[in-house]
Design a protein around this ligand. Sequence first.
Ligand code: GLN
Length: 542
Amino acid sequence: MNKFIFISGGVCSSLGKGVAASSIGALLEGRGLNVRMVKCDPYINVDAGTMSPYQHGEVYVTDDGAETDLDLGNYARFTSGHLSKANSVTTGQVYESVIRKEREGRYLGRCVQVIPHITDEIKSRITAVAREDPDTDVVIVEIGGTVGDIESIPFLESARQMIHEAGKSNAISVHLTLIPEVAGGELKTKPTQHSVKAMQEQGIQPDILICRAPVMLNETTRRKIALFTNMENDSVFTSYDISTTIYEIPLIFFEQKLDQVVLKKLGVESRHANLGAWKTMMENFNSRKGKVRIGIVGKYMSLHDAYKSVYEALFHAGLETGVEVELVKIDSARLEETDNADNVLGSQAADGGVDGVLVPGGFGQRGINGMIKAAQWARKNKVPYFGICLGMQIMVIDWGRNVLGWDDADSTEFNQNTKHPVVSLLEEQEEVINYGGTMRLGKWESVTEPGSRIFAAYREKNIWERHRHRYEFSNRYRGDMAESGLLLTAFIPDKTLVECVEWPDHPWGLGVQFHPEFKSKPTAASPLFRDFVAAARDRKQI
Ligand code: GLN
């Protein structure tokens, strides 16, 4: 029988519900359980693919090509259970399928309602994740939003029903709240009491409370909270503010024995806890020496979440290479305005310049010329450069314009009339077969060339990484590019698409058509991020 943990939040948003859910997942995996994570998002969009990165942060892509909410990225960094389209459930998807069934007459003329039809659809999507893998022990379901929101009600009602149907020893509720500090340093428990009342009004008595607080709550406060919220004394935990890293949270919960209480409540026999990888990660964190400054040149710089997985992967790379990675966010418009990239990136920049340049993925023309300047600057000054998806296409455009001397070299995404479409849609490239869909999405295999930097990073010939793009390196320019020195170092197995380019005579200049950031973990950094940060570190002679 599968066990379910429903994680809800109260008082306000941004308390770290996703990290709490993922940390519980990590702890249960440490106890040898097979964990699957599900995110229920109350918004009406069907998926995150069409949402603006300004509003919603990055689109996280799974192996099967689902364009999901960035929360799935958190799950992937903390836990190892398979993630696919099925792990993200939005109100939009739920209504879309209920309305489709209604149109098909599948409800036999009955009146279609939120309860039971919407809630049944939610429940069936959650249990489908459990059923997908027969070895699943626990499904952790994170319910987006805050208790009391109109939008979350159907999800909380579905959780209530599942807890009722599965029985208390098979399904539990974990509720995350805030304990604010008021003037004078006093910690206030009232908002938490109200939040639990709001849960009780939804028919759910939380089994475990996690209180987000500035400091570890003392025994007296925890007992008081337990008394007023109808909880067992051992079931109130603190997620206190930390100055280290969110990846320490599993260990902070472990110290408080949160996983033992979860196992006890779910009736799972306690087993040995193996958190070795997390402990090693924290040892690496504490023994980092020196700092490298990585300039990220993109167009969504004001919102941290827009390149969330890239930033996290850089942090992971720092853990493995023994340095702190400082993120220097550079709006590519700034480079467009200057006629000397040195003023923004080099040692005469006001902030002292960068030790490496990363151009991440992106869509649309805005800021492109600034990115090309950044690539050209890194190439000429032998500064480590890492291009991801659009960042690789930028390398190819720079090479076309500034090495081959084709001033109009471009991607047809930005200029359809160029005489030198060095990056273009597959359909525009006569010599390749058409793969169908408009976007290359999800997991694809690449074959790396021996002797290349990409091969040195993965130490493997055949690799699998995730894609999300429409445009490709134009095959008709392979000859010109290679003859002028650009190294083409990875391809899809039938060699019809280029997956990686590298600069010759350069310490580390590499671009990939895929997104390695999606598979990077704090306990195992992406090999390309690791080698890029190592190159920046070596350049700085740390
Ligand atoms: N806009 C480019 C394309 O569609 C790159 C996409 C990306 O960087 N994810 O090919």
